[in-house]
Write a protein that binds this ligand. Structure first.
Ligand code: TPP
Ligand code: MG
Length: 687
């Protein structure tokens, strides 16, 4: 390009079409955010029509550039642009149905709805943080698969982030790591429009963001007010040329650009312009029609050249793939397998089995062993910890670490940045890898926003949480999770797996890796527990969610009492069961590694494990009892933590808080007696 702004009248018409479609979409929905799409239309246009390598008719082309609209509230910007660029998006069914029930054009972009939506965004800060994971995955795959003369993995990740995105802490964590890792193929715009919901950002956000990003190790350009198409393009070309640093391109835009009365007002952020203002704005821009959703034919044709350009780019890449396959016949099928999301055939043919011994093993320790097995069989498994790998035991042995400029390792060091770790794990997972992130279970709270997005997107991200209860001991109540199990179990789609011993831990990893449409949280202990006889642990223990680990002496007849627990407390219940059975109370022990999976079983299976007629039931978990009452029923008892823990050795804590075999046995006797006399606790009905 020359230095002069060569934007043609057609280019301008295309930009204005993004603007008018966005205004009209929000106006028709009578809800949404018109101002930012109007202001950012030139940026989106340059990205899609001039710079990004993408193929609208093949939105899944693996080597496409990714685009992440981090400010998801500006969703109409993305929908209008995707439509105009030639993605399979319809004016009638999508844009005109913005924000309506069943529409693929939701209030915020939802991954899996319209083609071209690479990630769900809306919670500010998440998009750019997910983009860090995507850009990192690109480098990791490139390091593994590219060979001299064969740059088969060769794309970039583009982002538009707003004030709110960069105010949020998560983006600071993720951007800091991106700078550290030198992710040169990550390029983000910062839409500095000085406006957020409460008005001018000067009320709360006054630091020099450019300097902050420079300090993170980013290459920063400030275009100020000049978002002429050629200037934006030049800035992108400069950013692309910087290979060892991520880039931030700051643009000082004006919300509701072109609207006579809403320009630069917070009011244009979150509500429609109004019929009258839409009319005035269209007149102001010399728009040829007042018909809503009017698309000038010449603009559509011009914009849709993206289709041809994309097809040519993709065809070139396919040729390069053929050459690559010929030159590296051992690598190409492996890359294709990973891109297809297919695990290696028979990878889990031999799940590790652990024999019962007299010694105690923490499930985090068993997990470390199982992880080595999984990593040996699943090359795309990568992951790391938020500075706790020596405690969470999540290093892949002999696999090396990812470092700036050197991305072939499989171990990631997220630093003490849990929330960004959650987003980056999701980004890696979106980008063909199977990724895990680990920390102490109590800090899962820091990651909840990202875990929730994984669940919303049905991504099979893997979270490894250790130090799962007061059993972690001396670190005390700040580190002892109480409500986290219940809190995560309440999250739709997510599966929380808390294995009781080594064999369930092996099945838990197998389950997490085989999952395709939901994230899995593995919840592991710091302290040791015995290893059950592997024969007692069925292969579908985690899939089914709960199973009879040990039946009563009265088997096959129903027992007097059922004890239910997960994780380390299964062991305590086993000792209670020993005592009760010695007294003649027929006691069944049920291990429930995944409450959600058990809840999803057919009633027949559930009734087999917990027969409805056996009303005497006691559950035990070193956590809040929330969620257990549905399993113990009206006559049963749920034992757990009523408040926060304390700082002391684990054994002393279990005793202090009454999580002991004796207490369980006492409760067992009480509920058996209660069930026998059919006494109903006051205020409750029999279930
Ligand atoms: C984590 C999070 N907190 C709050 C919101 C609600 N919210 C949506 S948009 C917005 C203000 C956005 O301002 P800015 O990021 O500057 O975007 P602009 O209005 O300039 O497009 C807020 C607070 C959100 N979407 N995500
Ligand atoms: Mg703003």
């Amino acid at each position: 390009m020359t230095a002069t702004d060569a934007a043609t009248a057609l280019d301008r018409l295309c930009v204005d079409t993004i603007r008018t479609l966005s205004m009209d979409g929000v106006q028709k929905a009578n809800s949404g955010h018109p101002g930012t799409p109007m202001a950012l239309a030139p940026v989106a246009y340059v990205l899609y029509a001039r710079v990004m390598r993408h193929s609208p008719r093949h939105p899944a082309w693996p080597d496409r550039d990714r685009f992440v609209l981090s400010c998801g509230h500006a969703s109409m910007l993305l929908y209008s642009t995707l439509y105009l660029a030639g993605y399979d998006v319809s004016l009638e069914n999508d844009l005109e149905q913005f924000r309506q029930l069943g529409s693929m054009a939701a209030g915020h972009p939802e991954y899996g709805d319209l083609p071209g939506i690479e990630v769900t965004t809306g919670p500010l800060g998440q998009g750019i943080s997910h983009a860090v994971g995507m850009a990192l995955a690109e480098r990791m795959l490139a390091a593994r698969f590219n060979r001299p003369g064969h740059e088969i993995v060769d794309h970039r990740t583009f982002v538009i982030a707003s004030d709110g995105d960069l105010e949020e802490g998560i983006s600071g964590e993720a951007s800091s790591l991106a700078g550290h890792l030198g992710l040169g193929r990550l390029i983000s715009f910062y839409d500095q429009n000085h406006i957020s919901i409460e008005g001018d950002t000067k009320i709360a956000f006054t630091e020099d963001v450019g300097k902050r990003y420079q300090a993170y190790g980013w290459h920063v350009q400030d275009l100020e007010e000049d978002i002429g198409l050629d200037n934006v393009q030049r800035a992108l070309e400069t950013a692309i040329a910087v290979q060892d640093k991520p880039s931030l391109i700051i643009v000082r835009t004006h919300i509701a650009q072109g609207s006579p009365n809403k320009h630069d007002t917070a009011g244009a952020h979150g509500s429609p312009l109004g019929e009258e203002e839409v009319r005035l704005t269209k007149e102001n821009m010399g728009w040829p029609s007042l018909e809503p959703f009017f698309v000038p034919e010449e603009a559509l044709q011009h914009f849709r050249r993206c289709v041809e350009r994309g097809e040519a780019l993709e065809a070139q890449w396919r040729e390069r793939l053929d050459a690559y396959s010929e030159a590296h016949p051992e690598l190409a099928p492996e890359l294709e397998r990973i891109i297809a999301g297919r695990l290696p055939d028979g990878w889990d043919r031999e799940v590790p089995r652990f024999h019962a011994t007299g010694s105690m093993t923490a499930t985090r320790k068993s997990s470390e062993t199982v992880l080595q097995w999984a990593a040996a069989n699943v090359p795309e498994l990568v992951g790391g910890s938020a500075d706790l790998a020596p405690s969470t035991l999540t290093l892949i042995a002999d696999a090396g670490s990812v470092e700036a400029g050197s991305y072939e390792g499989r171990n990631l060091h997220f630093g003490i940045r849990e929330h960004a770790m959650g987003a980056i794990v999701n980004g890696l997972t979106l980008h063909y890898l199977r990724a895990y992130g680990s920390t102490f279970f109590t800090f899962s709270d820091y990651m909840r926003g990202s875990i929730r997005l994984a669940a919303l997107m049905h991504l099979p991200s893997i979270l490894v949480f250790t130090h799962d209860s007061i059993g972690l001991g001396e670190d005390g109540p700040t580190h002892q999770p109480i409500e986290q199990l219940a809190g995560l179990r309440a999250m739709p789609v997510l599966r929380v797996v808390r294995p009781a011993g080594a064999n369930e831990t092996a099945l838990a990893w197998q389950y997490a890796i085989n999952s395709t449409d939901h994230p899995t949280a593995l919840v592991l202990s710091r302290q040791g527990i015995p290893t059950w006889d592997p024969a007692a642990v069925p292969a579908d223990a985690v899939d089914r969610g709960a199973y009879v680990l040990r039946d009563s002496f009265r088997e096959p007849d129903p027992p007097d009492l059922i004890l239910l627990a997960s994780g380390t407390e299964v062991h305590i219940c086993a000792r209670a069961a020993d005592a009760l059975e010695a007294e003649g109370v027929a006691t069944r022990l049920v291990s429930m590694p995944c409450m959600e999976n058990f809840a999803a079983q057919d009633p027949e299976y559930r009734d087999r494990v917990i027969p409805p007629q056996v009303r005497a039931r006691v559950s035990l978990e070193a956590a809040a009892t929330f969620g257990w009452h549905q399993w113990v029923g009206a006559l049963g008892e749920a034992i757990g933590m009523e408040g926060f823990g304390a700082s002391a050795p684990a054994g002393a804590l279990y005793k202090h808080f009454g999580l002991t075999p004796e207490r369980v046995a006492d409760a067992g006797r009480t509920v058996v007696e209660r069930a026998r006399s059919r006494a109903i606790p006051p205020g409750q009905s029999v279930t």
